[in-house]
Design a binder for this molecule. Sequence first.
Ligand code: HEC
Ligand code: HEC
Ligand code: HEC
Ligand code: HEC
Length: 481
Amino acid sequence: MTNDEIRMTNEFRETKAKRHLGFVIHSSFVIRISSLALLLASCDKPAALPQQRPVRVHLTCDVNGRIEPCGCFTGQFGGLSRTQTVLMAEGKPTLRVDAGDSIGGAEDYHVIQFKHVLQAFKSLGFHAVNLGRREAALDVETLRKVAADSPVPLVSANVVDARTQEPMARPWVQATVDGVRYGIVGVVDPKSVGETDLGAGVELLDPASAITKHLPEAKKDVDVLVLLTFAREERMKELAAQFFEFQLILGGDVRQPSQELLRANRSYILATTNQSRALGFFQAALKPDGTLEQPKQEIIFMADDIPQDEGIIAHAEAYRAEVRTTKLAIDDPQRTRDDAVPGVRVAARYVGSEACAACHAEDYAIWQKSAHSMAFPALQRRESEADPSCIGCHTIGFGTESGYRREFAGKRLTQVGCESCHGPGSTHVEQRNAQRTQGREPGFKFRPLAAADCVTCHHGEFSRPFEWEEFWKLIAHGKKK
Ligand code: HEC
Ligand code: HEC
Ligand code: HEC
Ligand code: HEC
């Protein structure tokens, strides 16, 4: 055998994916093993490591709290529940890392949800979860607690306590997968985080200095050094130029997942994003000198025919059960009194769609037949009617003082009502009544609406692509129908 080429087609992965998922993950990879290596392996120790070892990595970024997809329309792609199905079909061990922004926001319910996201990451077999822009928006106490309780290591070398300069998470972690030892350092780029978006008591150090500080420890006894970066592509390239040590730089703060594998200095750069809809995959053969050969990247898009994993769905259910019984800041009407400025007339309040029916009978009848009048039961069917991350678009005025509150338990101000679009109507109702009974001219006018007002709810994963012409005709009312 001279210069043989041993082709290892990743058959298992392909057939499994085809059989169970009805979709194909195309991948075949080739490892060259020199005849010398084979000879050595066969006559010396049969179980010796081959000269080249497989590096395989799965990457997520911008999971945004999506343990499972929201279910707003049937073209749903996202959810760690689907990621798990793909990872199970993969069959082989991979390094599994998240580059940041896996939390949904900085509200108390996002923090509760994040706990369950991290549990889900644990079930997914993740090795490290990096702090991104949204995690850096948590206040120092919350972040410290979340990091301490996390079942998966949270990493970040440059998100620190502003007072003590101590890292809020682990600056780096090491993990061994399939005989390959990985060192993983995490950073978030300050250019990806607005000054005002930073959590109270949290500070961001310059990523390069933070990396320099922790690199000697992180790279000790590892085969592959990975930088998890929540950063834009140009910044990832800059870091690659500054540090030759990283074989892999994984991110990031990008608008769409990497179309191709980038190479900068000695690093391969791969980025993904998209609210857990896109899973990044990297594989290569690790040479004894530490270089990666035959690198290959792939972005696996979650399609809605990928079944959701029951075990991960259980984490979403656990979140819903917890948030349902937890008192939240948004439940407190005092906190949401943003319109109550002392000495200023209180702005209009929400009164509910029924208050409009008497004078706008025709519009009301049209609305009642539309999907908008059934938006709350849709949440109830998914047991999400107590989940603040859903309620906003399926009720009237949630998060404002006079709007829907969870304590109403579905009894009033539910659905996408008249005022979800037109705004609070108390002043209008009072003035139009006064007009009718006393002939007084109303001073208040609702502002005119347009497509932009629909897109506040009809966007992203929450809606099929919004087309005014198509959507408006299904709910047309008023003068312009
Ligand atoms: C940003 C606004 C927004 C948020 C937040 C939101 N939804 Fe929706 N939801 C929509 C819109 C818009 C539609 C209609 C989509 C379409 O028809 O294309 C919808 C539709 C739905 C439907 C389908 C309704 C039916 O009758 O079949 C369900 C179920 C649903 N949402 C559940 C949820 C759940 C659960 C959450 C929280 C995890 C959530 N929504 C959060 C805007 C939102
Ligand atoms: C007492 C009767 C009455 C009630 C109750 C009432 N309206 Fe009206 N509304 C009118 C009249 C009269 C007009 C002016 C003529 C027209 O456009 O139909 C009007 C006009 C409007 C307009 C056009 C813009 C404007 O400000 O004139 C909108 C939008 C509207 N109403 C929405 C609502 C909504 C939403 C509610 C419930 C919160 C509501 N109305 C309740 C009588 C009423
Ligand atoms: C407050 C959030 C919100 C706003 C604003 C909003 N929608 Fe919706 N819309 C929803 C939700 C939620 C649903 C799904 C209701 C259901 O099916 O249970 C929906 C469903 C629809 C549907 C039904 C789609 C279907 O499957 O048949 C149409 C059409 C629609 N919206 C049009 C509009 C238009 C036009 C506007 C702007 C004038 C608009 N929406 C503004 C939340 C909103
Ligand atoms: C999904 C958003 C949405 C909902 C829900 C909705 N409207 Fe409208 N409404 C619009 C839009 C958009 C227009 C047309 C643009 C405009 O006139 O501002 C309109 C127009 C109107 C008009 C005519 C405005 C004028 O200038 O004469 C009235 C009256 C009205 N709506 C009343 C209602 C009432 C009453 C309800 C509830 C029964 C309701 N609307 C529910 C979005 C909505």
